[in-house]
Design a protein around this ligand. Structure first.
Ligand code: ADP
Length: 619
């Protein structure tokens, strides 16, 4: 349902095209109907004309067959004589039989003779129940006409027989005098039986329009036009159609120039009044009108059928058109959506490009910043490197200063002592005290030995300490180290316990360097327990997974927590001058790292110090 103005152009189009189609269809259907109807009527009329002609010819044939018979009879002497002697019973009886014979031979319904008064004096049906003899038919128009000397023709229902009949009457003359009238009545019922079908009905009407012959039984004695009251009165007076209702059968609806009429038939058998095509033809000699009425129902049916077909074709065409339009619309819609999508994509693309441009610009900017930063960093790094190198140099200088101070200190003392021992020795030699002089010289010797020792230590620290690695039995190394330290151990009466599990434990190391490590650690331990009441050193060796652990534990005072971070630094020492250079642990750490080993200080719960060495186990 559409409310108000349709805004949708598609709907608007369909509404418009639908209305147009409807108007066009109505016009086409109207035109087709008109054309088909007119064409149908024309065809009906053509066919009807032919049929009517045939029927008329047939009727004429029927009438012509009897037309001359009364004229022939009128010249018969028997009839003239009987009319001249109407009271001779024998003659009349003879005439009756004669007329009966004639009637039988000529196949007419009745043949009779009337005198000039209209009284029937002889008749073929003289033996019938109700014979015509003695009856007066002067009221019949055919009698009057015959009495005027003409051939009387008439159609009527027999007043006696109530049978429809056509009458021919002819005057019987004697010289010029009309003595009477001879009449033959023919039965024309059979005419109706052989003609007519479902669609076509033949009618024969008298001049008043009363149907007296018809192939349609129900139409008999009805009229095809409005009967004037005077005419009706006349018909009743002539007793032409006794007891006939004389109702109007048809009404003219349309008069055509082509010689046919369209009439509406008021048939009681058909509920609806039906249109019939009526064609008429005058039979002037008989005084009749012959008509054919053809039902136009088949034409209307045909119109309906053509309309249905045309409507169907139109509807189909319209549906096809709609389908085509729908498809066209869809295609249009699709291309519109495509265009829209393409534009949206293009816009998105453009946006993206703008964003990419912006981002690229940002990135370029960031990149430039990064490059600058990298440059800055590189510069800073270079500066740092320079600073570090400077620092290292400064540290080296510091170490060198420290070292030179240490060496200076270490060497100055023995040098001073050597000088004093040399002075003493010279003085003792001058005094001849050789023994003392010798002792002083020995002291000088010892001091130079000590100085040489300092040199060895410095060399050991500075040289690259890596050496070839061998399978070294721990037992031998530990024994070698103890041998070196024996004088000192003995001097301070230190108890040393050694545990090697398993006994033949071997490590992957350089024998000499490992021995130096142990000498350093054991030397520090002996120094730590010096002068204490409990002077115990424990060397413990065992296997831990694929490594060998060697611990050197002493019962000394241990290392103060403040000193712990520095004990592996070179030249860190807490010992008095001349007792240590602070290189022992630093050298030990470097040697062990070179041999894939390590050293760490182990905190103990009881007093004392514990160093743990870790080395590769010999394979
Ligand atoms: P030095 O023995 O010449 O001082 P080291 O490098 O061997 O040089 O030792 C550094 C310092 O570590 C020592 O001065 C000492 O204070 C401390 N130290 C080393 N071993 C022990 C130990 N067993 N007990 C106590 N202190 C130790």
């Amino acid at each position: 349902m559409l409310k108000g103005k349709t805004r949708n152009p598609r709907k608007k189009f369909f509404l418009f095209s639908g209305t147009l189609f409807l108007i066009f269809s109505i016009f086409v259907l109207w035109f087709t109907s008109q054309f088909t109807y007119q064409r149908g009527l024309d065809l009906l009329s053509e066919k009807g004309t032919i049929k009517l002609e045939l029927f008329v010819t047939y009727l004429q044939g029927v009438l012509e067959k009897y037309e001359s018979l009364p004229e022939l009879l009128a010249v018969d002497k028997n009839l003239v004589n009987t009319l001249q002697n109407p009271h001779e019973k024998d003659r009349i009886a003879k005439l009756n039989r004669y007329l009966e014979t004639i009637n039988s031979i000529s196949d007419t319904a009745d043949t009779y003779l009337m005198d000039s008064e209209g009284l029937t004096i002889a008749a073929s049906n003289w033996q019938a129940e109700r014979p015509f003899v003695g009856r007066n038919f002067s009221f019949r128009p055919y009698f009057e006409k015959a009495m005027r000397g003409e051939l009387g023709r008439y159609f009527a229902l027999g007043t006696t027989s109530s049978k429809r009949g056509y009458y021919f009457a002819y005057p019987v003359r004697k010289a010029r005098e009309i003595l009477g009238v001879v009449v033959i009545k023919i039965n024309i019922d059979h005419v109706e039986q052989s003609w007519g079908d479902r669609e076509d009905s033949f009618l024969v009407t008298d001049p008043d329009g009363v149907i007296f012959l018809t192939t349609n039984q129900d139409w008999r004695f009805k009229t095809i036009q409005q009967l004037e009251p005077a005419a009706k009165k006349r018909i009743i007076a002539s007793r032409r159609y006794p007891n006939a209702s004389l109702t109007q059968l048809s009404y003219v609806r349309e008069n055509r120039d082509k010689g046919w009429q369209l009439v509406q038939v008021n048939d009681s058998n058909i509920k609806k009044k039906r249109d019939h095509l009526q064609l008429s033809r005058q039979m002037s000699e008989a005084g009749w009108s012959v008509h054919i009425m053809t039902d136009t129902l088949p034409v209307r049916k045909r119109v309906l059928w053509v309309n249905v077909m045309t409507g169907g074709i139109l509807l189909l065409t319209y549906l096809l058109f709609l389908l085509l339009m729908q498809r066209q619309y869809r295609l249009k819609e699709l291309s519109r959506i495509r265009e829209k999508t393409r534009r949206a994509l293009q816009r998105a693309n453009e946006k993206l490009e703008v964003r990419v441009d912006a981002r690229t610009r940002e990135l370029t900017k960031t990149n430039k910043l990064l490059v600058r930063e990298i440059k800055d960093r590189q510069q800073t790094e270079a500066k740092l490197r320079t600073a570090r190198n400077e620092l290292i140099h400064a540290a080296k200088m510091a170490v060198l200063g420290q070292m030179s101070a240490g060496i200076n200190h270490e060497l100055n003392q023995p040098l001073a002592a050597i000088r004093s021992y040399a002075d003493n020795g010279r003085q003792f030699l001058e005094k001849g005290r050789l023994e003392e002089a010798l002792w002083n010289l020995e002291q000088i010797g010892e001091l130079t030995e000590r100085m040489a020792q300092i040199g060895i230590q410095l060399k050991a620290f500075s040289r690259k300490t890596s050496g070839n690695m061998y399978v070294v039995p721990l037992h031998g190394v530990i024994d070698g180290a103890l041998e070196i330290l024996r004088p000192s151990i003995r001097k301070h009466d230190v108890t040393i316990d050694i545990s090697i599990i398993p006994d033949h434990l071997e490590v992957q190391a350089n024998n000499l360097l490992l021995q130096q490590v142990l000498v350093n650690l054991l030397g520090n331990a002996v120094h730590a327990v010096e002068g204490l009441e409990r002077r115990k050193i424990l060397v413990d060796s065992y296997c831990k997974e694929e490594r060998v652990i060697i611990t050197v534990t002493d019962s000394g005072a241990g290392i103060h927590a403040d000193n712990l971070p520095f004990i592996f630094d070179p030249f860190f020492t807490t010992k008095k001058s001349g007792q240590g250079l602070g290189l022992g642990l630093a050298i030990t750490d470097r040697i062990l790292r070179d041999m894939n080993g390590a050293i760490r200080y182990v905190k103990m719960s009881e007093p004392g110090a514990c160093f743990e060495i870790e080395l590769e186990k010999a394979q």
